[in-house]
Ligand binder design. Structure first.
Ligand code: ASP
Length: 583
C-alpha cells in the first residue's frame, strides 16, 4: 500500500504519471466491457477506468469495497466540471480488493433520505458521506486554529477534573456513584468554571482547555448532553482587553480556516438586542427590526393595547415590506399566531395596509389619527403587513423576535452564506426562574457593574452584570463574564440566589475560602465548540459536527447507551434500582 496521492488531489498536471491509490468504491457503472468506478477517500473522488476483458475480477467489485489501485493518469474525454478531479481519470493497470463490503443500509452520498436514527446507528457509514467528512475536518481545523491563536497569546492548556462536585451553573447535573465511598456521588463537570477560577488564584494567569462538559438537559437541535467547550480564563485584563482577545480567536478562524474576510464584532446592549431583534442572540444576517408601537397607541380604545400600556407593558411588532399583504392569508396568520402563542403571547394583531386603509380583525379599533401616526412614523407602503404583539416587555420582544426569524425564513430575507457576529453586553445580573426565585442569569461568579453593587439588596433585577455573549448568525457561540474577586461579594451573591450560610460552606466553602488569599481580577469565556462548528459549516444540527452524538431522545442508537447496569455493577456501586416496568 504505497499510496502516492489522495484521490481528490489529482489534476490535469498529473497526466502521464503512474499513481497508486486507495479508497472505497463510491459508484460503479458498466459501459460494454469498460467499468467506471468512482474511488472515494477522505479527500474526494477520482474516476477509474477498468477494462473488464483484461481484468475480469473487476466484475466482483461492489459499492463500498476497499480497493488499492495502480494506474496511469489520463485526460478525460468527457470532463466533469462539477468534480475537482473531473479533468482526469485513471486507466487501471492493476488493482487489489483489500476488503469486501456488505450492502450498506444507507446510501453513502451527501444527499440522503436516511432517518437520523439510521444515520446514527450506522454512524461509521454516515461518516463516509463527503459532507460529514468535510464537517469533521473543518471542526478539527477550527479547534487547532483556536489552540494556536490562544497559545500565541500566552494561554496554556490545563486539564481540570470531569469527576467533581456540583456547581451552581443552572443545568441539571449527572451524578456518578462512588464505589469506594458508598452512597456518595461525583458530579460530572457542567464546565470547568470553578477550577479555571482557582487556576487564576493559583497564579497561572492565562488558561484554556478544550473541555468536555456534561449537562442533563432536554436535547434540541443545538444541544447535546456531553459537549465541548473551548474554555478560557485570564487575569489582570479589562473586559475590553479580554473581548479583543476573543475577537482575535474568532477572527483567525474566519480568515485561516474559512478563507473569509475579517469579521466585524459590533457590540449590542442587551436592552437594544431585545428591542430591535427580539432576542439576546440576534441574527444580524437580515434587517427587519422590531418596532415599538407604544407611542402610536397610547390613547388606544382597543382593550388589548390599552390594558398592556396601563400595566407598563409593551406593544412590539414588525412591518413586513415588499407588498406581501395578499400572501398573508388567514392560514398564514394562524400559523404566526400559533408561533407567538407558543412563545408566551396571548395573540397576534395582524393589519394589512392596502389602498390607504388598514384591514384585519383589529382594524376597526384603529382611529384615523393612529393611522396617520403609523404612516408618518413607519413609512407605510402599499401592501405592508403589520404584526403587533402585546404584553410584558421582555417576553413580548422575545415572541416577536421568534416571529422575526420565521418571517426571515418564509420570505427569504436571510443571507445564508453570510457570517454575522455580534457581542451582546450589559446583561441583567439576575432573572426570576419558573418558581419565582431569583437566579443568576449567567452564573453566580459574574461580577455586577461596580455602580450597581448598592442595588443588590434593594433592586436586584435592575443590576447589570459584566457579562457578554458572542453571537454568530443567531447562535450564542460563546458566553462569559468578568468575575467577582472579592470574598464577601461572592458569598453575598450565593446568598442572594437562595443559599444559606451552611449550604455555601458545605458546597462552595473551598471556593469562597480561596478568595481570601490574594485573588487577582479575572474573567473568561467559553465557546460552545460544537455550536460554533455547526454555525461555521452551515449545518442544521449540532449532531452533524459531532462524530458520535446522542439522538433527540438522549440515546446513542449506535451503542444503545444508556443501558441497565449488571447486578454486579450495581452491587459494587451500592445501588438498588427500582426499574420502572414501562421503561
Ligand atoms: N462556564 C461558563 C459557561 O459554561 C462560561 C464562562 O463564564 O466562562 O457558560
Amino acid at each position: 500500500m504505497n499510496r502516492t496521492y489522495y484521490n481528490g488531489d489529482l489534476r490535469i498536471e498529473n497526466v502521464g504519471e503512474t499513481v497508486e491509490l486507495l479508497g472505497w468504491v463510491s459508484k460503479r457503472r458498466n459501459f460494454r466491457s469498460i467499468v467506471f468506478i468512482d474511488l472515494r477517500d477522505r479527500s474526494g473522488i477520482i474516476q477509474l477506468v477498468v477494462n473488464a476483458d483484461e481484468y475480469p475480477e473487476i466484475e466482483k467489485v461492489r459499492s463500498e469495497y476497499v480497493l488499492s489501485v495502480k494506474g496511469l493518469v489520463t485526460e478525460r474525454q468527457d470532463k466533469n466540471p462539477k468534480l475537482p478531479t473531473g479533468d482526469v481519470e485513471i486507466e487501471v493497470m492493476s488493482f487489489n480488493i483489500i476488503n469486501k463490503a456488505a450492502q450498506t443500509p444507507m446510501i453513502i452520498a451527501d444527499e440522503t433520505d436516511a432517518l437520523e436514527d439510521t444515520r446514527l446507528k450506522y454512524r461509521y457509514l454516515d461518516l463516509r458521506r463527503p459532507v460529514m467528512q468535510k464537517n469533521m475536518m473543518t471542526r478539527a481545523k477550527i479547534t487547532s486554529n483556536m489552540r494556536r491563536t490562544l497559545e500565541d497569546m500566552g494561554f496554556i492548556d490545563i486539564e481540570t477534573p470531569m469527576l467533581t462536585k456540583s456547581t451552581p451553573e443552572g443545568a441539571r447535573e449527572y451524578l456518578v456513584p462512588s464505589r469506594v465511598h458508598p452512597g456518595e456521588f461525583y458530579a460530572l463537570a457542567q464546565s470547568p468554571q470553578i477550577f479555571k477560577q482557582l487556576l487564576m488564584i493559583g497564579g497561572l494567569e492565562r488558561y484554556y482547555q478544550i473541555a468536555r462538559c456534561f449537562r442533563d438537559e432536554d436535547l434540541r437541535a443545538d444541544r447535546q448532553l456531553d459537549f465541548t467547550q473551548v474554555d478560557i480564563e485570564a487575569s489582570f485584563l479589562s473586559q475590553d482587553q479580554f473581548m479583543d482577545i476573543v475577537e482575535t480567536v474568532a477572527s483567525n478562524v474566519m480568515v485561516d480556516v474559512l478563507d473569509e474576510a475579517k469579521p466585524e464584532f459590533p457590540r449590542i446592549d442587551f436592552v437594544d438586542a431585545l428591542n430591535n431583534y427580539g432576542s439576546d442572540k440576534p441574527d444580524l444576517r437580515f434587517e427587519l427590526l422590531l418596532q415599538d408601537f407604544n407611542e402610536t397607541f397610547k390613547n388606544s380604545e382597543f382593550k388589548v393595547f390599552s390594558n398592556t400600556l396601563e400595566t407598563k407593558g409593551s406593544l412590539k411588532g414588525l412591518i413586513l415590506k415588499g407588498n406581501h399583504a395578499d400572501t398573508i392569508t388567514r392560514k398564514v396568520q394562524d400559523k404566526y399566531t400559533e408561533l407567538v402563542k407558543k412563545n408566551g403571547l396571548m395573540g397576534l394583531v395582524v393589519l394589512k395596509y392596502q389602498e390607504d386603509t388598514l384591514t384585519g380583525s383589529a382594524a376597526k379599533f384603529i382611529t384615523d389619527e393612529e393611522l396617520v401616526h403609523l404612516k408618518e412614523n413607519f413609512n407605510l407602503e402599499e401592501g405592508d403587513v403589520i404584526f403587533i404583539g402585546s404584553g410584558k416587555w421582555e417576553p413580548t420582544c422575545m415572541a416577536i423576535g421568534a416571529l422575526r426569524l420565521q418571517l426571515g425564513k418564509d420570505f427569504d430575507l436571510i443571507d445564508k452564506e453570510a457570517f454575522k457576529y455580534a457581542w451582546v453586553v450589559n446583561f441583567p445580573m439576575f432573572e426570576m426562574d419558573e418558581e419565582d426565585n431569583l437566579v443568576a442569569r449567567h452564573h453566580p461568579f459574574t461580577s455586577p457593574k461596580e455602580e450597581h453593587i448598592e442595588l443588590l439588596d434593594t433592586e436586584p433585577l435592575s443590576v447589570v452584570a459584566n457579562a457578554y455573549d458572542l453571537v454568530l448568525n443567531g447562535y450564542e457561540i460563546a458566553g462569559g463574564s468578568m468575575r467577582i474577586h472579592d470574598q464577601d461579594l461572592q458569598a453575598k451573591m450565593f446568598s442572594l440566589i437562595g443559599f444559606t450560610d451552611e449550604q455555601i460552606k458545605a458546597r462552595f466553602g473551598f471556593f469562597v475560602d480561596a478568595f481570601k488569599y490574594g485573588t487577582p481580577p479575572h474573567g473568561g469565556i467559553a465557546f460552545g465548540l460544537d455550536r460554533f462548528a455547526m454555525a461555521l459549516t452551515h449545518s442544521n444540527s449540532i449532531r452533524d459536527v459531532i462524530a458520535f452524538p446522542k439522538n433527540a431522545s438522549a440515546r446513542c442508537p449506535l451503542t444503545n447507551a444508556p443501558a441497565k447496569g449488571t447486578e454486579k455493577q450495581l452491587e459494587d456501586l451500592h445501588l438498588i434500582i427500582d426499574y420502572p416496568e414501562k421503561h
